[in-house]
Design a protein around this ligand. Sequence first.
Ligand code: RB5
Length: 153
Amino acid sequence: MANKTIVLACDHAALDLKKKVITHLEDLGYATVDVGTHTTDSCAYPEYASAACQKIQNGEADLGILICGTGIGMGMAANKHRGIRAAICSDTFSASATRLHNDANVLCFGARVVGEGVAMQLVDAFIGTEYEGGRHQSRVDMLTAIEEREARR
Ligand code: RB5
């Protein structure tokens, strides 16, 4: 479904790959929002993960793709945000399954982990798969309940 808006973020380790992912998405007809970083100067991944997650939270983007060296820091930061379900993936089965079962709204991967070819396949698997709902909804609701409980602590 190419009428989605995808927000992208990276740190200094992943600038080139993020640019290629943006080109790939735009070639497929997706709208993109790039919240940075825009240079290879050393920077802090939580800042960019947070900027991207806020775009999803406020409805300016439907899904996010966050890329750092490993994808792990971006994933950790993203999952601190209310309503964000971020999946760190390096295989296409997981990138698709996390949409189907977890209703993941953010994909994270590492520019030092996957090559350009696998990165594009991860993007295609994630963006091209819709949440199944049904039996998965009560489990996703439990994730939200945990988030709400932790916010009250
Ligand atoms: C940057 O060197 C690196 O720590 C970062 O890109 C990421 O891998 C953190 O999780």
